[in-house]
Design a protein around this ligand. Structure first.
Ligand SMILES: [Zn+2]
Ligand SMILES: [Zn+2]
Length: 375
């Protein structure tokens, strides 16, 4: 792995070329970047090399990936359940170190260790500005979901480098937080910060449906917000084994009757299956909230009556991704709760980028909430 001295790219300061676009040109100390390219679910991922980018435009930031993790959506794409353009570089959960910043004002410096929003947004369209949903920007660019021929091609995190575009929010992270603790923050934890942002009042008892990484993060976040009981339901005992350490009470899904009917203030669906919804609705008290987060695939029809929602005065909210403020809170939450929960137990020992298929195999086995990839 290439190490860059803090505050410098090459040992000498980068120079502005003063070209017509005001681009920043610099001389890298390595000649190439490495990318794990996904060609389709029926083909193996292949690591290729490309020339190192030497020009950055305004608002761009070149980041060396220190560690990436495999999110559920990456596995869905790898296995063909979710269609994305190919060829492409997958991966959006990662931590990295800034190599160079393009022209334009920034609070960041080469050498800074950072996390960043998993998408870039324009900041001025109706979703960004009026609806406070920048993740639904009309010009949205999502890392790990874009074709190789879009821009620099450094669009995903299963690579030695990613080129962050203008409109990406970037946050420094404390050296106290290890790479494996930080890597999943810019998808999983930030999404759960978004999901738990608004709770019914009071919120003393919550149910989390699904004991994967979102569920475990949800547990810790809800406890920090004063929720005294967080019941986490899952079908797999192995996945429930980490729940207690994150402040929750594990409930095996087959054990009916463990969730009190009509007494739960908020239910969080992170199971990815609509089959859990009737039980969730039944458990909610009048005025309770149901937050849907996991059911991101199309095959999720709901067996629900309008009557059940109306008569219980329920609030139903869908949460997809997050806004920059949620990522900023997620980083702060980790810093403030670093010693309270075993964050580093959530991520596997890293697989080298060249063995990324082995890392996907390990993700399919569901032994770890997240499997790590080391470029
Ligand atoms: Zn993700
Ligand atoms: Zn926008």
């Amino acid at each position: 792995m290439t190490k860059y001295p803090s505050g410098s790219i090459t040992g000498s300061s980068p120079s502005r070329a003063g070209g017509p676009t005001g681009d920043l040109r610099f001389s890298p100390i390595v000649n190439s970047v490495r990318l794990a390219v996904f060609y389709g679910s029926d083909q193996p991922i292949q690591v290729i090399e490309r020339p190192f980018p030497t020009t950055l435009r305004e608002g761009e930031t070149l980041v060396e990936i220190l560690l990436a993790t495999i999110c559920g959506s990456d596995l869905h794409t790898r296995d063909g359940r979710r269609k994305e353009p190919v060829p492409s570089v997958l991966g959006h959960e990662a931590v990295g170190r800034i190599v160079a910043c393009g022209p334009g004002g920034t609070h960041l410096m080469p050498g800074d260790r950072v996390t960043w929003t998993s998408a870039a947004s324009c900041g001025v369209c109706a979703p960004c500005h009026d609806w406070r949903l920048p993740q639904k920007c009309m010009e949205l660019f999502k890392y790990g979901h874009s074709p190789l021929d879009d821009g620099s091609g450094l669009n995903g995190c299963y690579a030695s480098h990613v080129l962050l575009r203008r409109g990406t929010s970037i946050f420094r992270v404390s050296d106290r937080l290890s790479d494996s603790v930080v890597a999943p923050v810019n998808c999983a934890l930030a999404t759960m910060v978004s999901a738990t942002e608004v709770l019914p009042t009071p919120c003393r008892t919550a149910v989390v449906q699904g004991a994967g990484l979102l569920g475990l993060y949800g547990c810790a976040l809800l406890r920090s917000k004063g929720v005294s009981r967080v019941l986490v339901v899952d079908t797999e005992a192995n996945r429930l084994s980490r729940v207690v350490a994150f402040g929750g009470e594990p409930v095996l899904a087959s054990l009916r009757g463990c969730i009190p009917a009509g007494q739960v203030d908020a239910v969080f669906e992170v199971a990815g299956s609509s089959s859990v919804v009737p039980e969730g609705v039944e458990s909610l008290r009048p005025g309770g909230s149901y937050i849907f987060i996991g059911m991101v695939l199309p095959g999720t029809p709901l067996a629900l009556t309008g009557e059940a929602i109306i008569r219980k005065c329920l609030t139903i909210r869908g949460v997809h991704n997050y806004a920059p403020r949620h990522l900023e809170s997620a980083v702060r939450f980790l810093e403030e709760n670093l010693d309270r929960y075993p964050w580093s137990d959530l991520v596997s020992p890293p697989h080298p980028l060249a063995n990324i298929e082995t890392a996907f195999d390990e993700t399919r086995r569901r032994t770890w909430p997240r499997v790590a990839v080391l470029p």
